[in-house]
Design a protein around this ligand. Structure first.
Ligand SMILES: Cc1cc2nc3c(=O)[nH]c(=O)nc-3n(C[C@H](O)[C@H](O)[C@H](O)COP(=O)(O)OP(=O)(O)OC[C@H]3O[C@@H](n4cnc5c(N)ncnc54)[C@H](O)[C@@H]3O)c2cc1C
Length: 402
């Protein structure tokens, strides 16, 4: 890959709203990522392999549980620093950010929010340092957008429960040491269970042939009469609220992250347009190129304002799930459009691995689907503003289907 010359666009001087600590966190992350991650990421994308040698460094920049308090081994940062970290990581690759998001918001967050004191002390420090990696099992082969209908279930067997079922599309599954798994008890109520690699009947086969998020390992979680000690059940939450609260935290980080991918595409396209000459002049001097770049920076700036504001609200504990849903949907949508436009500005070079634009584009096709598809986020906003849920409709009469 060409040398990583990234600088972030800041058209309306939003950096003036950041604290010195937030800027320092971003700078330290960027410096490390440019040195250690940018030079190897394309090679690992081609190999479809997670670069596990980056784990200690990711932990070092605070990417695993940025907001987890120091007493549990985390860096104890605020929500805007968390967002900036996800932005810097996804600016390099969405797959790397996915690994960090899952570890932070889908594994550490539920243990921190809903776990017992013993669970927090046992798992959080090891997850923060990257000694243990985690995954989050919600999606099932037959239940994606509608996780409430999940089939994974467990029965009471005295001092332990017996878990059966399966999960699919699980990031980090093939190498994770621990898995936070959502399953129903005998009454049909959803609970979170912490599984550890090595438990009998628990396997994590890798899913292959992904054309997107190739540096992030994805797998299945299979449970065949897995005996899970009762002390591994998260005691302080039940129902769909458990996984949905985790998704809010992850979606918030994804919103910042997708914007990072958009900013990287814009940065590369702008530099390329000024350097590339056709018809005797830089292609940046053509009005049609300027239109593309002007529209990109406008969308990036709008998204930066919206995202920073939701970050401020989240720091105050006032951000709603619907607001987070809006920034996730908006930022991924603009990032995909910007990646496509940037790819065009680079002409044929845009399809190569010498630039990260095509990789961002392919990655964003997963980011637009996981943690709620665009349709689901539109329905969340629709429900928020009308008060009417449109998630479920009456069963169609299949006999009349053409
Ligand atoms: C690379 C990758 C990593 C992932 N990592 C994880 C992970 O770590 N853990 C995890 O639990 N899951 C993970 N997922 C799963 C992801 O969250 C699901 O793919 C997502 O929720 C969508 O579910 P689905 O793919 O089953 O699509 P479906 O739910 O089958 O949806 C198919 C289509 O129908 C539309 N649709 C569904 N319901 C409605 C509705 N009510 N109204 C209108 N349209 C609707 C959707 O928008 C979509 O376009 C991952 C997915 C990918 C691709």
């Amino acid at each position: 890959m060409a040398q990583d010359l990234y600088t972030h666009p800041d058209y309306v001087l939003l950096d003036e709203f950041l604290t010195d600590e937030q800027k320092l966190v971003r700078e330290a992350a960027r410096t490390w990522l440019k040195k250690e991650a940018s030079p190897i990421v394309e090679e690992y994308f081609e190999k479809a392999e997670f670069p596990s040698q980056l784990i200690p460094g990711l932990a070092g920049i605070g990417a695993f549980g940025p907001y987890i308090p120091e007493e549990y081994g985390g860096p104890g940062l605020d929500q805007i620093s968390y967002g900036l970290l996800m932005q810097e990581i996804e600016r390099v690759d969405s797959g790397l950010r996915s690994t960090a998001s899952v570890q932070s918001s889908l594994v550490m967050y539920p243990i921190w929010k809903f776990g017992s004191e013993e669970q927090k002390r046992k798992y959080l420090p090891k997850l923060a340092s990257g000694e243990w990696m985690g995954c989050f099992g919600l999606t099932e082969p037959n239940h994606g957008s509608d996780p409430g209908s999940m089939e994974s279930h467990y029965t009471d067997a005295g001092d332990h429960v017996v878990l059966n079922g399966s999960k699919m599309w699980i990031s980090n599954a093939p190498f994770a040491h621990v898995a936070v798994v959502w399953a129903k008890d005998e009454t049909g109520r959803i609970h979170g269970l912490i599984l550890e690699r090595g438990m009998e009947g628990f396997s994590t086969p890798k899913m292959m042939k992904k054309h997107s998020l190739r540096v992030s390992d994805t797998g299945e979680l299979l449970f065949e009469n897995v005996k899970v000690p009762k002390e591994n059940i998260l005691p302080n939450v039940s129902g769909l609220r458990g996984p949905l609260t985790c998704l809010d935290s992850a979606r918030y980080g994804i919103a910042w992250g997708a914007l990072g991918a958009a900013m990287d595409c814009y940065d590369q396209a702008l530099r390329y347009a000024k350097e590339r000459t056709q018809f005797g002049v830089p292609i940046a001097s053509f009005q049609l190129t300027q239109k593309k770049l002007a529209e990109m920076i406008t969308e990036i700036t709008k998204a930066q304002c919206l995202t920073l504001r939701v970050g401020q609200l989240r720091n105050e504990g006032r951000a709603t799930g619907a607001q987070i849903s809006m920034i996730k949907r908006n930022n991924v949508e603009i990032a995909l459009k910007i990646a496509r436009e940037a790819r065009q500005i680079l002409g044929a070079m845009g399809i190569t691995g010498d630039y990260s634009i095509m990789r961002h584009m392919a990655n964003l096709e997963s980011v637009v689907t996981y943690e709620g598809t665009q349709d689901i986020h539109l329905l969340i906003t629709g429900m928020d503003i009308t008060g009417i849920s449109a998630f479920k409709r009456d069963e169609p009469d299949l006999s009349k289907m053409k």
